[in-house]
Design a binder for this molecule. Structure first.
Ligand SMILES: C[S@@+](CC[C@H](N)C(=O)[O-])C[C@H]1O[C@@H](n2cnc3c(N)ncnc32)[C@H](O)[C@@H]1O
Length: 435
């Protein structure tokens, strides 16, 4: 382990200002804030292979920060985190246990600490920067080949490097993409993955089961009935947009993007709006809509196709405006949602409500919290204020190994990959600012 790594392990107490001085000294002398234990180990052992896990100084701080630290010590640790982040420490790099620094704090129940807040803010800044970088087609060159290890290395022999066999499968879409953008293999997998690629998804056969809509062969969960309570909240939000100063609007129009299992659409229909628009792109889902009689319902309009085409048409025709718009699609990304905001502000009535299934980054709690802040900022740029209501999700959605209740069935038992692993759902309700 290098001196920098050792420093971040807080082996001597109390943690005083010398820690900050030493940290600054190492960083100013060229040790990268992202210098990993694995890089240090490989260098000392003449291993040329690029390590696949990244245990950074920030990880070490998060796992060694004492739970009995005094306020003065916490202040020093906080300063150290601030300095590391200033010097470019990664908020979403993953260590040997597939944990980011934020994940470690959550596991240690330290996510109320200012350090956790700093990490989430750094995540927001990093994602905004990444967006700019891709917008302008810039390249971030990360070359660690010419690191001057000799200058800062003093690795102990007993320190074990990252072990491939212990490495868990990466699970966060967003941090995967951030970490491993350059991998051609990943790109290929991504193309063939219906959950991440819309073109592939729309050609993939779907299957309706009792409690889920899944892709027939791979068993990706497109929609699952455990989300029913979340859909109820979504439906209630949409109809709040029908209320203008205590009176119900003369014409209540609701738009739902993505039919799936029809859970939210059934709830909307029961409230009998003037017009219920449903936009749906997948042929198997459209067949289900036909089979279940949705085309015959007098107040229902079905927009067949992707919202990207269908809603632009509505927008340019300019003769229907909505009290509520709900968005819950599949195999789309955050950038798609940003594109949707352009249309939402053009077809939402002044008192209307926009809501969506908030699963942004929800396979990793710290990423979920970063995206909660990002979407709030992005909606604000469109003049929409987004408020979040918190609810606990059913325990059966937390992976079996996390619940300590192996006898309980997990909703993910027959599903390829859990797209949700967070204990709390942040239900979004957005309205124009001046309403
Ligand atoms: C998660 S499900 C929606 C579940 C729904 N909220 C419910 O309550 O059952 C997502 C749906 O969005 C549809 N979809 C995906 N991309 C779409 C797009 N670009 N335009 C319209 N529909 C889309 C999928 O085919 C799928 O039926």
């Amino acid at each position: 382990m290098s001196d920098l790594h050792e420093l971040c392990g807080f082996q001597t107490r109390p943690i005083g200002s010398k820690y900050v001085e030493d940290l600054k000294f190492y960083l100013k002398n060229g040790i990268p804030a992202t210098y990993t234990i694995e890089e240090a180990y490989n260098y000392t052992h003449n291993i040329e292979e690029e390590p696949t896990t990244t245990t950074t100084p920030l990880h070490i701080i998060c796992s060694h920060m004492p739970t009995d630290a005094s306020n003065e010590e916490l202040d020093i640790i906080n300063q150290m985190v601030e300095i590391l982040l200033e010097y470019g420490a990664g908020w979403c790099l993953t260590d040997i246990n597939n944990e980011t620094p934020g994940c470690i704090l959550i596991r240690r129940k330290l996510n109320d600490s200012p350090i956790y807040k700093q990490i989430v803010s750094a995540g927001v800044r990093a994602e905004l920067l990444l967006r700019k970088v891709s917008e302008y087609d810039m390249e971030i060159i990360e070359d660690t080949d010419d690191l001057n290890h000799e200058q800062f290395e003093s690795l102990k022999e007993d320190e074990e490097p990252a072990d491939e066999e212990h490495k868990e499968e990466e699970s966060s879409n967003i941090s995967d993409i951030t970490n491993q953008q350059n991998s051609g293999q990943l790109e290929e997998n991504f193309k063939n993955d219906p959950s991440g690629n819309q073109e592939t998804y729309l050609k993939t056969k779907l299957e309706y089961k009792d409690d889920a809509l899944v892709t027939k062969d791979r068993k990706d969960g497109v929609m699952m009935s455990w989300e029913t309570d979340l859909m109820r909240m979504g439906c209630d939000s949409l109809f709040r947009g029908a209320n203008i100063e205590g009176k119900v609007d003369d014409e209540v129009n609701i738009l739902n993007i993505g039919f799936g299992m029809g859970i939210i659409d059934t709830m909307i229909n029961e409230k009998n709006p003037t017009k219920q628009y449903i936009c749906e792109a997948h042929p198997d889902v459209l067949a289900k809509l036909r089979h279940d009689g949705w085309y015959e319902k007098p107040n229902v309009v079905i927009l067949e196709g992707r919202w990207q085409e269908q809603l632009n048409k509505l927008l340019s025709e300019g003769n229907v405006f909505f009290n509520g718009i709900y968005y819950d699609t599949y195999s789309e990304h955050y950038e798609d949602m940003l594109e949707l905001f352009d249309i939402v502000v053009g077809i939402l009535k002044p008192h209307g409500v926009f809501s969506f299934f908030n699963g942004l980054g929800a396979d990793r709690q710290v990423v979920y919290e970063v995206y909660k802040q990002l979407v709030e900022m992005d909606l604000a740029n469109y003049g929409l204020v987004c408020k979040f209501e918190q609810i606990e999700v059913p325990e059966s959605t937390l992976k079996v190994e996390d619940t300590n209740a192996t006898e309980n069935k997990s909703v993910w038992d027959d599903i390829k990959r859990a797209y949700w692993t967070c204990p709390t759902y942040y239900h979004p309700e957005a309205r124009f600012m001046d309403v």
